[in-house]
Design a protein around this ligand. Sequence first.
Ligand SMILES: [Ca+2]
Ligand SMILES: [Ca+2]
Ligand SMILES: [Ca+2]
Ligand SMILES: [Ca+2]
Ligand SMILES: [Zn+2]
Length: 487
Amino acid sequence: MSKRRKALVAATAGLATVSLGLSFTSAAGAAPEASATNPNGLKLIKTKTSLLGKHYWYQQTFKGLPVVNGYYAKHVAKDGSVQVADGRDAVPANLDVSAKVAPASATQSANATVTAQAQSRSIGPNKSLVKKPAATSGAAQLAVVGGPDARLVWNVTSRSTEGVSQSLVDAKTGSVVDSKVISDNVDGRGSVFDPNPVVSTKNEKLTDMNDKNQDALFLAQKNVVLRNLDGSGKLNGSFVNIKEGNGGLAQNKNNTFVYQRANNKFEQVMVYYQINQAQEYIQKLGFKDANNESQDFSVDTIRDDNSFYDPSTDMITTGDGGVDDAEDAEVIWHEYGHAIQDDIVPGYGESEQAGAIGEGFGDYWAVTMSVPVSKGFNLPCVMDWDATSYTTDEPHCLRRTDTGKTTDDVDGEVHDDGEIWSNALWDIQKGLGRTKADKLILEATYFYDPDTSFAGAAQDTVQAARLLYGKAAAQTVTDAFKARKIL
Ligand SMILES: [Ca+2]
Ligand SMILES: [Ca+2]
Ligand SMILES: [Ca+2]
Ligand SMILES: [Ca+2]
Ligand SMILES: [Zn+2]
């Protein structure tokens, strides 16, 4: 999070016509700790100590109200010499500080502005279909704006999909005079499994032990940078919003989120990190509108050994049955696969085969996301860690992308039949490499019908391969689908 700084303003600016409400009561350079030496209307808000001295930061106030962005700092060197940075804005001495507009209505106007701005900047052809960014009210605070347009305002902090916004609402007229996003995308720190402890330690013997901390699992954790956070101190950012979490939301004002797996907040960090990885990868492939939004998550909030994507609320929920689902990135990525498809094809999955393609794509997406971090270990095995709770065979896999199933094996259950589809996609990756495969598979998705069939979606995929990479690539894709008896 960066604080906006303005250029230093000369203390005498505008003094001819307006009063700063200041009177220096003693010579500059006197002991700064004594408030009597400072101009009136300053409130000490922070004292910092550096190698060379002390730094006193003051908020400018007017009739007891903060002056927006008005600051005053005193830097006192070890030898006692004082440097002043005066960022105060002039305020007319007769400015009336009684509000005419109620804080609730100021908040409402501010939120409407923030929502409209976020909406106008959101990307994608379906933006009218996606959920509106919701600005939620913070506390409105009465404040004063100085300078040539001095006025009394309500200072409203709102949150939207763009992060944290500050709006200034004229407290006399109710008009929004300024609204801007004040949070930056910041990096935080976290600790995760990547993709899961079975794969990263190549150990099929690990067990859940009812979510207990274990040395072997602690050693499987990896320190990572959490990118694109909005700086609010929560796991909320450009591509992920941890909206609900069992036991409360992870929060840290320094954006440091290091937990062990017995702490439910560990799963929240997993979701944040692994979804951000996925969306960054998608954008690197060139797709700027494949679920390019802050995807909502509800983490560990159901007791089932299950996770799901709910298209009606555009929310992914992960359960904590067996191994907490969100301790395995492949569960997270599988569900994100559904969110990607639902974002690209409104109403996706309206037929059994479309549903199977959805499951197969989710599994494939989990596997392809695992490729760079799995060092080749059991790549086609889906959810190696989560599956330790309910499988005895090693390797532990919920499903695989190399079962060899064909359409002869269709049984009408979407997850089972998804293995036919995921096997084809995996073969495409083996034939063309990860980047080309993922690019053409995502590209093809834009052409899917909501009720598409294996054959229909396969034809879209062949076509995407041909247009992106030519005849030979299209043939590789065709062969992959023929091997599954899809084409
Ligand atoms: Ca856990
Ligand atoms: Ca979404
Ligand atoms: Ca589980
Ligand atoms: Ca795996
Ligand atoms: Zn699924």
